[in-house]
Write a protein that binds this ligand. Structure first.
Ligand SMILES: [Zn+2]
Length: 329
């Protein structure tokens, strides 16, 4: 069952014609789920205005990730995370440890997709290519896709999803109908989080920690973050207590520090904080100090996937944070 704000958008998209959709907007609002629901509805044997029936053979094949008329074009890291099978050759290379899963959409995968596009629909309801996240195509793969987008064979449809539409080739954007992901109402998102197993007392706090993006909030919950810890760590950091942060992954650590830095800068410039309650923020740091910190955090995000030493990284980041927090104009 889709979250209510996803379901509403699905209904809206199905009511329109279009053979190529570009879903864009911040991650954490459900763009992948919306893209997949749209693909499943297109391929369903008994679709309604609400989407796929969920019962037919086609729906079943999508559910078990084995639909002959559906190709998902994703980086291998995303395919593994979302449970999609890799092409035989790619899987064999990973099994033999010849290389690591790719974080880009590979040229090989694009080549397979173009071959797929030339075949005829196996089940007679057309074919679908789902691309996610579309910004992970490089110049070569994007140009290859463009050709098919420009002259799609008869019954081929596309759904691309991205959180960085500005990084796509303008020609790709212009070949697609755009749809901006809708933000849920806070109450709607909190109710959904509770349905997903987040305690009522924690849901609003986690939603705040995720900047209002419900799927990100759920991910934080699943990563073991609780709302109380979230509200308390900034002031603990200023006191020199980094116990809680030591348990975070490098990526989670950098992201959390970015959120803190963002909110401190916001407050310093007279805006409302986004990820924390104003009362939970330390009164600390000069604009100059915080701006410098912001820049070095941005630099760190480029290497955070492969820190040479996670322990040292924590030490460095904490030292950097404390310098910024104690900076005086
Ligand atoms: Zn169905």
């Amino acid at each position: 069952m889709n979250a209510p704000w996803i379901q509403a958008q699905l209904r809206q998209l199905l009511a329109q014609r279009g053979h190529a959709w570009l879903l864009h907007g911040p991650s954490g609002l459900g763009q992948y789920k919306l893209a997949l629901s749209l693909a499943q509805a297109w391929l369903c044997d008994r679709p309604t205005a609400e989407g796929a029936c969920g019962q037919c053979e086609s729906c079943h094949q999508v559910d078990v990730r084995a639909h002959t008329d559906l190709v998902v074009l994703m980086p291998e890291t995303a395919m593994l995370e979302l449970g999609w099978p890799l092409a035989e050759k790619a899987q064999a290379e990973l099994d033999d440890k010849k290389r690591k899963p790719s974080r880009e959409i590979r040229v090989d995968a694009m080549r397979d997709t173009l071959e797929f596009a030339q075949r005829t629909s196996g089940r007679g309801r057309g074919q679908v290519v789902l691309v996610y996240p579309a910004e992970r195509m490089n110049q070569v793969t994007a140009n290859a896709l463009l050709k098919t987008l420009e002259e799609p064979p008869g019954d081929l449809r596309f759904v691309l999803a991205t959180e960085a539409a500005h990084q796509l080739l303008p020609t790709i954007r212009s070949r697609c109908q755009g749809h901006a992901l809708a933000w849920p109402e806070a109450g709607e998102a909190v109710a959904w989080l509770q349905e997903e197993g987040v305690a009522a007392a924690a849901a609003a706090g986690l939603l705040r920690a995720a900047g209002g993006r419900p799927e990100d909030a759920l991910r934080l919950h699943q990563a073991g973050l609780d709302a109380r810890t979230w509200s308390q760590w900034p002031k603990a950091l200023v006191r020199g207590d980094t116990g809680v942060m030591a348990g975070w992954s490098p990526a989670q650590l950098v992201e959390s520090l970015q959120k803190l830095c963002h909110d401190l800068l916001a407050v310093r410039s007279g805006a409302a904080p986004r990820f924390f309650d104003a009362a939970d923020l330390p009164a600390a740091g000069s604009i100059e100090g915080l701006t410098g910190w912001w820049r070095s955090l941005a630099e760190t995000t480029r290497t955070v996937e492969h820190p040479f030493n996670a322990g040292l990284m924590l030490e460095d980041l904490v030292a950097q944070a404390r310098t910024a927090l104690h900076s005086k104009p």
